[in-house]
Design a protein around this ligand. Structure first.
Ligand SMILES: Cc1cc2nc3c(=O)[nH]c(=O)nc-3n(C[C@H](O)[C@H](O)[C@H](O)COP(=O)(O)OP(=O)(O)OC[C@H]3O[C@@H](n4cnc5c(N)ncnc54)[C@H](O)[C@@H]3O)c2cc1C
Ligand code: FES
Length: 281
């Protein structure tokens, strides 16, 4: 089977045509797409990598791969928030429609380095989309990892993604899930406050914990302070830096942070690698 990247290597800029197999609305702004590649092709991605998705006549946007390689079965999933031209055009497409794809691109999370560790996932809002790929992969290979803790925050209950999956994860042995919202509605019975208010609910064996956070900078800056304060080693803290991108392959410079390109060297970075970069934090 050809990896999609192999065909893209012929021209880094030439998209492969793929088919939307299924679309599922998740919230007012986000939809989950199951994408089918042409016969004989597979994505072969690492959790944390992204694809450049194109809609003919509109443009291209980087979107994280939201499903895990362990569940690929010839298809993969993208969770798309309607934000501007490309994502709005995507929201207008349905099953059977075609899109263009380049990728998988960038560096994902080095999951083998997480073997034997307890894992703490701290996504904010849409940050759960890329982390879902990693969480699914970990849960499908459970014996290689210790305790799994997921702390998830969103602004409002209606903005929480993958709520049924979060519920199912919370019922698994040795998996702890805590959620919070900034603004509750009348039905919300959970925690209220920013994501860092959830840290007091969990106990961590800091030296053996790998923490992964994905979300807007205003959120991950505070999460990083919390993780460092708990004594999690800098080399065990990972984040995804989703900077504005164009080419996605290290050519245009749009995503440059000092000597690093978010598209090429990331988007997954170890905190120890980027802690001195003003542009990153
Ligand atoms: C590595 C990576 C992974 C991503 N994964 C996902 C994903 O899984 N799901 C998803 O819905 N979106 C994801 N995004 C964000 C998505 O790429 C942007 O929202 C996208 O560019 C919107 O394209 P558009 O043409 O619809 O909007 P545009 O018309 O280009 O812009 C819409 C608005 O979003 C702003 N914008 C564009 N890119 C970014 C960015 N990276 N950060 C903040 N603001 C931005 C623009 O300035 C504008 O205000 C990811 C971005 C990156 C870099
Ligand atoms: S997006 Fe072009 S160099 Fe990163």
């Amino acid at each position: 089977m050809n990896a999609l990247l192999q065909s893209a290597e012929a021209s880094l800029y030439l998209p492969v045509r793929a088919r939307i197999a299924e679309v599922r609305p998740l919230t007012r702004l986000e939809k989950l797409y199951r994408i089918e590649l042409p016969d004989g092709m597979s994505l072969q991605h690492q959790p944390g990598q992204f694809v450049e998705v194109s809609v003919l006549g509109v443009g291209e946007a980087p979107i994280s791969i939201s499903s895990s390689p362990s569940r690929s079965n010839g298809t993969f999933e993208l969770c798309v928030r309607r934000a501007g031209d490309v994502t709005s055009a995507l929201h207008g497409l349905g099953p059977g429609d075609s899109i263009g794809l380049r990728g998988p691109l960038g560096h994902g999370f080095p999951i083998q380095r997480f073997h034997g560790k307890d894992l703490l996932f701290a996504p904010g809002g849409l940050g759960l989309a890329p982390l879902r790929s990693l969480i699914q992969q970990v849960l499908d290979d459970r014996r290689n990892f210790g305790k799994v803790t997921i702390l998830y925050g969103a602004r409002h209950p209606s903005e929480l993604l993958f709520t049924e999956e979060l519920q199912a994860w919370s019922e698994l042995p040795d998996v702890e899930v805590h959620m919070t919202v900034d603004r509750p509605d009348e039905e919300w019975k959970g925690n209220v406050g920013v994501i860092t208010t959830l840290f007091s609910k969990v106990s961590l064996y800091a030296r053996n914990t790998v923490a992964v956070t994905v979300g807007p900078p205003v959120m991950y800056r505070f999460v990083l302070m919390e993780l460092l304060g708990k004594g999690i080693p800098e080399a065990n803290i990972w984040l995804s830096l989703e900077r504005r991108m164009k080419c996605g392959v290290g050519k245009c410079g749009h995503c440059q942070m000092h000597h690093l390109y978010a598209c090429l060297d990331g988007p997954a970075f170890c905190y120890a690698q980027i802690k001195h970069l003003e542009e990153a934090l």
